[in-house]
Design a protein around this ligand. Structure first.
Ligand SMILES: Nc1ncnc2c1ncn2[C@@H]1O[C@H](COP(=O)(O)OP(=O)(O)O)[C@@H](O)[C@H]1O
Ligand SMILES: [Mg+2]
Length: 249
């Protein structure tokens, strides 16, 4: 690792402490009103927004460290399910778009209910309940980051709807994220995973990032012995990720 990378990684790591303090402070104000005093509805709204953004900052810092770790081949395998991964990813993505939907998704414990809330918000989740709840062993954080990145792009560029197809075979997770937006011209398909690459600005889609999300997601998939690719599509953009996962007996 270069000195510059080490410096950046340490800086990001040290950012996590103050962010955690802001996050737990906001959480205490919301959850322990008997101790800290009652909040008016307006104050509560402001504190919730602060909390959400502290969480986003923590996720961003984690994201950066995970990509750095992936470049060194560091994996953290844990037992989880595909439904855990999808839940965290959708809760985070909706938090930016519509926090009420995000909260409803977080509370929907049954997978059917979760899928229903998504459908009501123009997201089609095609997945088999048995596969989604089957215990697997995989780097859950890295997998969740890949899905969050693909979903947040799909939401950024969709016209109306987003779809996610998820399946689990003996040892592989396959996820395909599709949207119905302007798509990505085939001439850019090779460059789309390069650091800082962005397509030409499309009228009506003002939000621009930094061109790092897909590059990071590709590094994460690669570190897990998997792949991430863009598909040819008639309409919208579609990305497919394959990652090895050990199915628990
Ligand atoms: N679903 C999508 N539809 C259309 N364009 C996309 C989509 N996903 C990514 N792109 C294009 O690829 C570029 C790189 O994406 P990404 O690496 O996630 O970076 P960022 O989102 O920070 O711009 C985006 O700026 C955009 O031009
Ligand atoms: Mg992005």
């Amino acid at each position: 690792m270069s000195i510059q990378n080490i410096k950046t990684a340490h800086l990001v790591h040290d950012l996590k402490n103050p962010v955690n303090i802001i996050e737990s402070g906001a959480r205490s104000l919301l959850d322990k009103q008997d101790r800290y005093g009652n909040l008016t509805p307006k104050q509560e709204k402001v504190v919730r927004r602060m909390l959400r953004n502290a969480m986003r900052l923590r996720h961003l810092a984690n994201n950066m460290l995970e990509v750095d770790m992936a470049a060194l081949g560091v994996l953290n395998l844990v037992d989880c399910t595909l439904s855990d991964i999808l839940r965290v990813a959708f809760v985070e993505v909706f938090d930016v778009i519509d926090p009420a939907v995000s909260e409803a998704l977080e509370e929907a414990k049954a997978f059917d209910k979760f899928v229903g809330i998504l459908r009501a918000n123009d997201v089609l989740l095609e997945a088999d309940l048995g596969q989604m709840t089957c215990p697997i062993n995989v780097d859950e954080t890295k997998m969740t980051l890949i899905v969050t990145n693909l979903l947040s792009n799909a939401f950024k560029y969709k016209n109306k709807s987003v779809s996610l197809r998820a399946s689990l075979s003996d040892d592989t997770i396959e996820l395909a994220v599709r949207d119905d937006g302007p798509g990505i011209p085939e001439t850019y398909h090779e460059k789309i995973f390069n650091n800082y690459f962005q397509c030409d600005k499309v009228e009506g889609f003002p939000v621009r990032g930094h061109g790092l999300g897909l590059a990071g997601a590709l590094a994460l998939a690669g570190a897990m012995g998997g792949s991430l690719s863009i598909c040819k599509s008639q309409q919208g953009a579609e990305f497919v990720v394959h990652v090895k996962a050990v199915r628990k007996p």
